[in-house]
Every structure is written in structure tokens, then in C-alpha cells.
Design a protein around this ligand. Structure first.
Ligand code: GLC
Length: 538
């Protein structure tokens, strides 16, 4: 692998198109809105943006239900708007990564409509997983598989057959044993590569192949799948056959110039299983969700970091690091709870509420720790503003299918998807020209607006901007860690910088040296307060 490829140490900023910026004023973000805010990303100093889906979709799962893989949903704009966005990004030195959703289509996709029409036994049904049900009249689902969003993973159609959907009923799983399905996605890759994208984020990369015969599995879905002594690998996840698909895609990407890349969303552990997705002839990167989920203690963070680095070494890949995305509670809120409190199901009005100040203090420390690590880091829109989760979103406003499919037991992911505040004093805080947005923003979000933080010493935006500048100039993304001991500290040297995070209850003395950046104020005697990270010139 060339040491010069851009993605090795890239910082990639996730844009969630529905919620980034709304140019046409309909209350939902769009591509022209994204283009209008690219200067923000360039000034922040990231290398690339990854956009969640903007393809034609009925939006039953916020666009992760794709009805046409080669177009732009009119809600978000046109293919011309997309081309203009790519050109504007390139002009600012920003790369563009798009989302690819291969595990399932939307039930509005032409293939699924044809399958419904053609009926049982037809070729058209082969593209999905249609089965007869169990029971005398086939009135029971073909097996006990559960949907990730809650409830059974099967839905019955009027002619009596059932189809498989690991997510919402509106997201039928494709049958990847079919050459025609494989060819379609190769064509889709080429379509976007030809339009100049630098890479793909591959949705549910561990799900495409199902164990043959769809053997029964009645256990509930867990966030991270791992084979264990008493548990074989669940038949819907992490099957060996997925790797052939990524090898084929890799050949397609390699046939283009410009170091095009793929990053997989694969919720698998342990690290050795993850590493299989990033072997030299497969994907370039995979998201590091074990790191995202690591508890806020020195020991757990140290283990998460060293295990991650050790895990990718055998395959010669680079590590990735991530703290927030559109599927989890934002880390500024997640870290505001007592150790051991799970935010897995989202946060609602009646739930325990995070300590906002504590959450933000830890989030800033966590981000500085993350940005000091070698490899590639992923940021989620708004975290550079210190944006918390919307934790008091009225239940009546919720749109996440998880909320509905769990019969209102799991609040879901809407709280991290609330539109970004750009201006302190503007309708919808500058998200768009209209006052309303598809999810309501908390009334006090002007505090986090980009224009309230830009250029302000100590603001979270200033902290991110400075951390990214130092990360680049000290080449932290390409370094090697040398660890120091410390009970309540994560303490290492990465090239010219010593990084120390204090997880303890009391301030920790700092070694001599110039403090280049700290995530919070140092104590009067110069020591490092709890929940704070410092970068010291080594
Ligand atoms: C991935 C996406 C998530 C989506 C799901 C189904 O996990 O990140 O948002 O709901 O796949 O496509």
C-alpha cells in the first residue's frame, strides 16, 4: 500500500443530507444546501465528506430504503446538483464519499414491485428472499429471525408468501446469490465512480449473504455480532460469502485512478473478524464500533485502542476511529451519563437525562484523544459544535422506524438527526429559510450555532479546528503510539506529541513541555483536570 494514499489518515466528515442545510426551504436538507456550506468543512480542515443516502426513496428509513440507485431524490435535488456539489468540493480540496445500500432495496424499487406482481415461483421473486410460511396455512413466518428494528424479519404478501427484511418491512433483503444482483451493484459503483466520487461507505456490509437454507435463529438482534463458544455466528450476519463480493468491488475500484476507497459498516467483533473485511484485496477501511462503544475509563479506552491497532496489523490495514454517527446517541450526551448507563435505545422525555456539562467536557476530551490516534477518523455533522442529542424530542415527532416497529419501546435515532444550527438569530437557526424543520430543533440551540462559535477562543468549533490543524502538521494520523503507564490516565507519545487524558477524579500533574492544546482549562497549578485531554510538545 502506498504510504501516500489519502484515506490512510483522512478525517472524514459525515453529512446527513436531511439535516445538514436546506436551500429550498421545505424543512428538509438538500444537495444545494450542502454545497452552500462546504466552506465550513474546508475551514474546519477535514479531508472528505461522506454523505448518507440522497437517492430516490420513500424515506421510510430516512433514505436507507433506496428505490433507484442511480439518481437523486427530488427532495434533495438533481444529478446536476450532485455534479455541482462534487465540483465545489474538489475546488476546496475535499473528497466525496457516497453511501451504498446493497443489503436491501426499498419496497418501491422496480425489482420489488415486479416481484410482487409476478407472484410465487417467478424469476422476479428470486431477487429477494421469498418463502412459504410455516403452519397449516403458511400463516407463520418461515423462521424466527428478528428485524434489527424490532418484530419479525418477515412480512406476508397477499398471495400468502413471506419476504425477508432484516430492517423495516419497506426494506426487502436482496438475494446476493444471484449474478444479476451482483452485476447491478457493479454497475451502480461504476455509475458513481464515473461521476467522480472518491469512495463508498457500504451499509450493513456484514449482512448481504445469509447462511444457505436460512436456518432458524430465535435470539434477539444484538448491536455487535460475534461468534462464541455456545453461539455460532448468527445465520444472517458475517457469513464468509460476503468477502467475495468485496473482492469483486475492489477490482472495480482499482480499475479507476485516484485511490478510490470503500469503508464498511460491519457490526462484528472480535477484531480478527473485522480484519477480514479489510484484507488487502477487499475494503480499505471498516468502522471501529468497538471503539465507539468503549466505556469511559482509562483501562477500557486503552484496551479499545491497543486491540484496534493490533487487530488490523495482521492484514496491513489502517485503523478507523469514530465517536458519533446517525445511528447512535451523540457522544456529547452519551458521555454525560454514569458509567454503565446504556443509551442503546435512544433517549426520550421521560428517561434519565444526561449531565450536559459533563457530557460536553468528556466529549471534547474524547475527540482530542481520537484525533491523536493513527489512522482515519470519522466525524458526524454537528459534533464540531458540541451539539448534544435532542433528548426531549416529543414522541409525536419521532420518525425512526425503530420507534414504530418496537411498539414504542425503543425511542430510536431521531435525537441525533435534528437539523444543524448555523446561525444564532435566524429561523431554524439558519438550517434553511423556513422556520420549520422536519425534526424540531430545541429552542435553545442558538448556543451551538456555528456563527456563535466561529473564531471564539475555547469554543468547541475552535477546538476541533485547531486539533485538526495540529493533527495534520504533526502527522498524527500516520504515527505510532509509545505508551506510558498511569492508572487513571491514557498516556502515550505519537511522534512529536505526548497525549494525556485524565479519567480520574482528581487533577493529574503534567510532564514538562509546552501544552499545544487542551480540551478544557488546566487547573491553576497547571495540572490536568478530570475528563480533560492535553497535547504536549514532546
Ligand atoms: C445502517 C444505517 C442505518 C440504517 C440501516 C438499514 O445501519 O447506518 O441508518 O437504518 O443500515 O439500512
Amino acid at each position: 500500500m502506498s504510504s501516500l494514499v489519502w484515506w490512510r489518515d483522512a478525517v472524514i466528515y459525515q453529512v446527513y443530507p436531511r439535516s445538514f442545510a436546506d436551500a429550498d426551504g421545505d424543512g428538509m436538507g438538500d444537495l444545494r444546501g450542502i454545497t452552500s456550506r462546504l466552506d465550513h468543512l474546508a475551514e474546519l480542515g477535514v479531508d472528505a465528506l461522506w454523505m448518507s443516502p440522497f437517492y430516490p426513496s420513500p424515506q421510510h428509513d430516512a433514505g436507507y430504503d433506496v428505490a433507484d440507485y442511480r439518481d437523486v431524490d427530488p427532495r434533495f435535488g438533481t444529478l446536476e446538483d450532485f455534479d455541482a456539489l462534487v465540483a465545489a468540493a474538489k475546488a476546496r480540496g475535499l473528497r466525496v464519499v457516497v453511501d451504498l445500500v446493497p443489503n436491501h432495496t426499498s419496497s418501491d424499487h422496480a425489482w420489488f414491485k415486479a416481484a410482487l406482481e409476478a407472484g410465487p415461483g417467478s424469476q422476479a421473486r428470486e431477487r429477494y428472499h421469498f418463502r412459504k410460511g410455516l403452519g397449516p396455512d403458511g400463516e407463520l413466518p418461515p423462521n424466527g429471525w428478528q428485524s434489527v428494528f424490532g418484530g419479525p424479519a418477515w412480512t406476508r404478501v397477499p398471495d400468502g408468501e413471506w419476504y425477508l427484511h432484516l430492517f423495516d418491512t419497506s426494506q426487502p433483503d436482496l438475494n446476493w446469490d444471484l449474478a444479476e444482483v451482483r452485476q447491478m451493484f457493479v454497475d451502480v459503483l461504476r455509475f458513481w465512480l464515473d461521476r467522480g466520487v472518491d469512495g463508498f461507505r457500504v451499509d450493513v456490509a456484514h449482512g448481504l449473504i445469509k447462511e444457505s437454507g436460512l436456518p432458524d435463529w430465535t435470539e434477539a438482534q444484538v448491536p455487535i455480532t460475534s461468534p462464541g463458544a455456545e453461539h455460532r455466528t448468527p445465520p444472517m450476519w458475517d457469513q464468509d460469502g460476503v468477502h467475495d463480493i468485496y473482492r469483486e468491488w475492489r477490482r472495480v475500484l482499482d480499475s479507476y485512478d485516484g485511490d478510490r476507497m470503500m469503508v464498511g459498516e460491519a457490526w462484528v467483533s472480535p477484531a480478527e473478524r473485522m480484519a477480514r473485511y479489510i484484507r488487502p484485496d477487499e475494503m480499505h477501511q471498516a468502522f471501529n464500533f468497538s471503539y465507539l462503544m468503549a466505556p469511559w475509563t482509562a483501562a477500557e479506552q486503552r484496551t479499545a485502542i491497543t486491540d484496534s491497532i493490533a487487530g488490523v496489523a495482521p492484514v496491513g490495514a489502517v485503523c478507523t476511529w469514530v465517536l458519533s454517527n446517525h445511528d447512535v446517541v451523540r457522544h456529547a450526551s452519551r458521555l454525560g451519563f454514569e458509567l454503565g448507563h446504556s443509551t442503546q435505545g435512544g433517549i426520550g422525555v421521560g428517561d434519565p437525562q444526561p449531565d450536559e456539562a459533563l457530557g460536553l467536557r468528556r466529549a471534547r476530551a474524547a475527540t482530542m484523544l481520537m484525533l491523536s490516534l493513527p489512522g482515519s477518523a470519522y466525524l458526524y455533522q454537528g459534533e464540531e459544535l458540541g451539539l448534544p442529542e435532542h433528548t426531549t424530542l416529543p414522541d409525536g415527532e419521532r420518525q425512526d422506524p425503530t420507534w414504530f416497529r418496537s411498539k414504542h419501546e425503543v425511542r430510536g435515532r431521531d435525537g441525533c438527526r435534528v437539523p444543524v444550527p448555523w446561525q444564532q438569530d435566524a429561523p431554524s437557526f439558519g438550517f434553511g429559510p423556513g422556520a420549520a424543520s422536519w425534526l424540531p430543533q430545541p429552542a435553545d440551540w442558538g448556543r451551538f450555532a456555528a456563527d456563535a462559535e466561529r473564531g471564539v477562543p475555547g469554543s468547541t468549533l475552535s477546538l476541533y479546528t485547531e486539533a485538526l490543524r495540529l493533527r495534520r502538521s504533526y502527522e498524527l494520523g500516520r504515527g505510532v503510539l509509545e505508551w506510558n503507564d498511569g492508572d487513571d490516565l491514557v498516556d502515550f507519545r505519537n511522534g512529536g506529541i505526548r497525549v494525556i487524558t485524565n479519567f480520574g477524579q482528581v487533577p493529574a500533574p503534567l510532564p514538562p513541555g509546552e501544552v499545544l492544546l487542551a480540551s478544557g482549562d488546566l487547573a491553576a497549578d497547571g495540572s490536568l483536570p478530570p475528563d480533560t485531554t492535553a497535547w504536549i510538545r514532546a
